[in-house]
Design a protein around this ligand. Structure first.
Ligand code: ZN
Length: 358
């Protein structure tokens, strides 16, 4: 694996498949958002773990890691109010991590990490417009961050600072029809809030909001432009069978919309044993990767949640499948209870009703 994308750009080989290639966008500045000395599940180590897992499992598809330049983080003003951005900047001036709510810290290195994320968005958007596939392996995560901070009445920002997925969606909408898919365990309330009045399609698979943070994302939320938001709700404890069905529903909605570009908020905390009670395994994440690949549109993936097994097992299954590599799953798919199926089907009926009734 070469270390610099520029080596490749200058080789006069622009019409090879690499031109529409695969960009893994990463920079050590993403580690500067750091809770230490306090323990916190959203910490730099999770990104090291994710990078290692990705390179070990399907690194042969990745010709180079693309280091983004650093942009002013004001690039995020496309999706956030300046007052809120100022709160983050002020909090970062404290010599040790400052808590901007009971879940979420800002550290002295946070603005640098965000500036590097803004640069990563530039690289990724260029890659997508060129027909490519870009994965931003970065942090802090963003899908809970609303225009002015916590979104849709959520009590906290849920470890998120700025909403990178929403920024990418807005940026790409200058070039064509954009859809966003969020498969993190939790609802992408920040993304929904920011994009509520946008025509950008936002499809979100998440745990029943009545049972988990942020408490939003019910099937009846279909967007300021009706049908532009689709919330696919799965009950706690769901296994691969329910998850794979939900992924099929999401893919149907995405195919019907026929986007030119897709942004993926990739969270791996629904993996069994990762964060909560969900029981998705490699089967689910490989299905998502294949499904996204089959849409055959330029894709930008950003990392959201995922803390332990989701990063070491779910992320490789997703990424390898997305890259078109074979990914062998040795375990059997997990099976949901009858009660969970009943609850899931009730949520699906509500979604159909909300999207299709008069
Ligand atoms: Zn999550």
């Amino acid at each position: 694996m070469k270390s610099n994308l520029d080596d490749r750009a200058g080789n006069g080989d622009e019409e090879t498949p690499h031109r529409r290639g695969l960009y893994l966008i990463y920079h050590d500045d993403f580690l500067l958002h750091d809770p230490s000395p306090y323990p916190h599940p959203e910490n730099p180590e999770r990104l090291r773990v994710a990078l290692r897992a990705l390179l070990d499992s399907c690194g042969s598809s990745i010709e180079a890691i693309t280091p983004p330049r650093r942009d002013p983080f004001e690039a995020y003003s496309l999706v956030h109010d300046s007052d809120y951005m100022q709160v983050v900047l002020e909090a970062s001036k404290s010599p040790s991590p400052a808590w901007i709510d009971p879940d979420t810290y800002v550290s002295p290195g946070t603005p640098k990490a965000l500036a590097r994320l803004a640069g990563a968005v530039d690289v990724a958007v260029d890659a997508a417009v060129d027909g490519g596939l870009a994965i931003i392996l970065g942090r802090p995560p963003g899908h809970h961050a609303g225009k002015r901070g916590p979104a849709m009445g959520a009590p906290t920002l849920g470890f998120c600072i700025f909403n990178t997925a929403a920024l990418i969606a807005r940026r790409l909408s200058e070039y064509g029809r954009v859809a966003a898919l969020d498969f993190d365990l939790h609802h992408g309330n920040g993304t929904q809030e920011i994009l509520w009045w946008d025509s950008i399609l936002h499809v979100d698979i998440h745990q029943d909001p009545a049972t988990i943070y942020p408490g939003t994302g019910f099937p009846e939320d279909t967007g300021g432009i009706r049908g532009s938001k689709a919330n696919i709700v799965v009950p706690p404890g769901s296994g691969d069978d329910i998850y794979i069905d939900a992924v099929g529903v999401a893919l149907d909605i995405l195919r019907n919309y026929n986007p030119d570009y897709l942004v993926v908020s990739a969270g791996f905390d629904a993996y069994i044993g990762d964060f909560a009670s969900m029981r998705a395994t490699e089967h689910t994440f490989a299905r998502i990767g294949h499904g996204v690949r089959d849409l055959s549109v330029p894709v930008i993936v950003v990392l959201e949640g995922g803390y332990t097994s989701g990063l070491t097992r779910g992320l490789p299954a997703f990424a390898c499948s997305l890259f078109g590599e074979k990914y062998r799953v040795s375990r059997e798919p997990t099976v949901s209870s009858e009660k969970a199926w009943k609850s899931y089907k009730a949520f699906l009926s509500r979604l159909n009703e909300a999207l299709h009734s008069g």
